[in-house]
Structures are given as C-alpha cells and as structure tokens.
Design a protein around this ligand. Structure first.
Ligand SMILES: [Mg+2]
Length: 430
C-alpha cells in the first residue's frame, strides 16, 4: 500500500489496475481478420489492435463475409475501445438482420475483450455480474432419415451429459412417401428455397403428420420424456400445417418448435402460438432489441432466441434478455462459431437472468476446443461451459491450430491498410 500511495497519482493507481494498459489513453490502431473454415461453419475471427499492445478478439457471424467488419475499420480507428456503447451506436447503422449484422457484432465483442483486458476484469463482471457459474448447452445433432439412427444419435448426446437436446424435424423426411405432402407440382421442399413458408402452398397431410409424430415418438422412446427436446427446420409449410403439426406433437412435450415461419410475421406467429400447447421460438436472425420486444410484448412466441453475433453483440443481447423478461419471456441463445464468439455468448448468458440454454454446432469437430487456450477443457463438459474468470472474453488463440484451419492458408491477421479510409456521409438525420 505504501508503494501505491507514495506516487499519489491517479496514474499510479491505474497502473495498479493493469500494468499493460492505461485505459484512458487506449486507442484502436488496426483491425485484422483470420477466417476459420469447416468449424463446421466458416467463421471470420477479427482482432482489434491498440496503441498499448493489448488487442481484442471478436468474430463475425458464421457464414458472413469478413467485409462486414472490415468496412467499419475506418469508423473505429483512433477510438478508445473502452467506450463500447459509444462505438456501437456509431456503427450500429451498418448492421442488419442475420449476417448483415456480423461486422457490427464482431467488433462489439472485440471491444468488450479489450475493455476487460484494459481493466483486468472478465466481461460478465462488467455487465453486472453472474446469475450462474455454468452455462447449459444443447448441441446440434446430425440428421438421419432413419428414426432409429437419429434416436441413437440423440441418445448419445444425452449420454455425453447434455441436459437439453435438439433435433431437426423437416418435411424432407416425407420426401419419398406418397401421400404425405400436398404441394403444387414443381414446388421444392428444399429449405434453401427463398420463398417464405406461407407462399409455397405446401401442406402436410394426415399421413405425413402421423409419420412426423411417429419419428418424434421413436426419439422420445430412446431418450425418455424427462430431458427437454427441441425441434427445428420443419421446412416451408403453411401456417395451418404448422398448427396441425404442433398439435400432433403435443403429447411428446417438446421444449420448443423453432422458426416454423419467418420471424417477421408477428401476427401469424401469434396465431400458431395461441393454437398449440407447445412452446414456440424464433430470433436467430433478428438484429436489435426492438423486434424482440415486439414479439415478446405480443406473446407471439413463447421463447426468444437471439444469436449474439446478429442481435447486436454482448450488451444489446443482455438488454434483449432483460427487456423480454419484463413480459415473462425466457431467452435461449443461438450460436454457431468458434470458441471466441462462444465465450461472448457465455459471458452474456452468465449475466442475463432469464437465460435458458446456449446452442453449439461444433461438438463433433475434434479440433474446435484447441483453437483457443486459457480456459477449462473440454470447453463443454457434460453439457455445460464454465464461465471464464480471466480478463475480457477469457481466451487467447492457439496460433498453430487456427493456422491449420484457415479458409485461405497463410492469411492469418494480415494488415488491412486498404480499409483505413473507407468513408461515407454517415449521418442518419438532418
Ligand atoms: Mg435454428
């Protein structure tokens, strides 16, 4: 103590906070990307460098172009990265639904990582502290048209310790079954068609509904009734088929039915939700809290499901959780990325009271854990992630492992001077 007060200056005190950084003088000097492939998604990592040697890690939403982050570089150069909300409000206009928000959110994550390192504090602590030490996870499970095989895969997840399961349950299962679907000739049942559900004219028949219900029955037989079981990727079917399918699944006590129709249709969602006694859920493609609040206020779905790499980053997603909690709506979290954005989600989940469960798509990728160092391994241990206690997001990259899995070999955080001057007249009002 004598040593600390002898200097008797704020600077001395701040140096005691962190030997590496004086937060008030911190400035952003560079933004670089390194794109990881087959994780199993394509995941653009970003690194924001500063004038004091510390850097922040973030990640653009899976599958999105790193350009979404790079074209914001000129807007953040010279800013103090600890002014997270100020910078977020400056770049927020360059985000949009789904992947369009990838750059804004990736930068926001990296700013939290930097602020945490500058102040020597884990991100969850800066958000107001923890509601939980461990984050419950559910895992994506590779689909099979054979109910018995699929049931065994889900059973394996349960045995691995996952306390929440999710399956895909699409009309593609009915592809080769005569009389299972009513559809206009030539209309595709593929999920990547751009036509929204209500506009395909595809409806499920009684026979089709029976087969889909039986599929779930076989999964329930394998995993039991006790574990929560969610379902997703139903295909582009009409609202009435969503309702009839929901009713057919009621007896299997599903945890939620996800994205039965696009999230934009609040009133149609409410019609489905009011008609079935199974929780409904949407949200992974929504940017900013306003749309979440609209869905919650109308009780159009039972559970909301932001992906922090789309919804607006760490602070906006905590705000979403807190706002929908006022309406009695829980927050599950979509996630598909590397351990970097996983940790962003983990800190947010720890600090948000109405959090339910966090997704993971990489349980079967053997090198996924090895991309980072500094945290407990395995990262998902018996279905839970322990909230890190190190400053910032709490992870550093393992350079060798990331280098082995780059989309473009050799391009690991290259300098990006070509993005230093990108500009437009950014004002939003006159
Ligand atoms: Mg989904």
């Amino acid at each position: 103590m004598a040593g600390l007060w002898a200097g008797d200056t704020l600077e001395a005190a701040m140096q005691n906070v962190n030997q590496n950084s004086r937060p008030s003088d911190l400035k952003i000097t560079e933004l670089r990307v390194a794109v990881v492939a087959r994780a199993p998604m394509t995941c653009p990592l970003i690194r924001i460098d500063t004038n004091q040697g510390i850097y922040g890690l973030g990640e653009v939403r899976d599958g999105a172009s790193p350009t979404y982050a790079l074209f914001l570089k000129s807007r953040i150069l010279g800013e103090n990265p600890c002014n997270i909300d100020k910078i977020f409000r400056k770049i927020k206009q360059f985000g949009g639904d789904s992947r369009q928000a990838g750059g804004v959110c990736g930068i926001e994550m990296a700013l939290w990582d930097l602020a945490g390192k500058a102040y020597n504090t884990p991100v969850y602590q800066m958000l107001g502290g923890k509601f939980r030490h461990k984050i419950r996870c559910y895992a994506d499970t590779t689909e099979s048209d054979d109910a018995k095989i699929y049931a065994q895969r889900l059973k394996k997840r349960h045995e691995e310790g996952f306390t929440w399961l999710k399956m895909d349950l699409g009309i593609d299962l009915l592809r080769n079954v005569p009389g299972a679907l009513t559809q206009p000739a030539g209309e595709s049942i593929e999920q990547n068609v751009t036509r929204q559900h209500m506009f395909t004219g595809i409806e499920i028949t009684e026979k089709g509904l029976g087969l889909m219900a039986d599929f779930v029955a076989q999964v329930r037989e394998a995993v039991g009734m006790e574990v929560p079981l969610s379902a997703d990727h139903f295909g582009h079917i009409g609202v009435n088929s969503c309702i009839r399918l929901g009713k057919a699944l009621e007896k299997y006590n599903m945890a939620w039915l996800e994205d039965m129709i696009p999230w934009q249709h609040t009133e149609l969602w409410k019609k489905i939700t009011d008609a079935i006694d199974v929780p409904t859920l949407t949200g992974e493609d929504i940017y900013l809290k306003e749309h979440f609040v609209e869905l919650a206020r109308n009780h159009a779905v039972d559970i909301l499901h932001p992906d922090l790499a789309t919804s607006g980053g760490i602070l906006e997603t905590k705000k979403i959780g807190d706002a929908i909690q006022e309406y009695g709506v829980p927050m599950a979290m979509h996630f598909a990325g590397t351990p970097v954005s996983c940790m962003a989600s983990v800190h947010c989940a720890a600090a948000t009271e109405n959090f339910l469960v966090l997704e993971n798509h990489s349980v079967d990728v053997p090198w996924w854990d090895n991309l980072v160092e500094g945290i407990e391994k395995p990262i998902i241990n018996r279905g839970f992630i322990t909230v890190p206690e190190k400053p910032g997001l709490g992870v550093t990259l393992n350079d060798d492992v990331v280098n082995q899995h780059l989309l473009e070999p050799g391009h690991y955080f290259d300098p990006t001077p070509e993005w230093n001057k990108e500009r437009s007249h950014d004002r939003l009002w006159s």
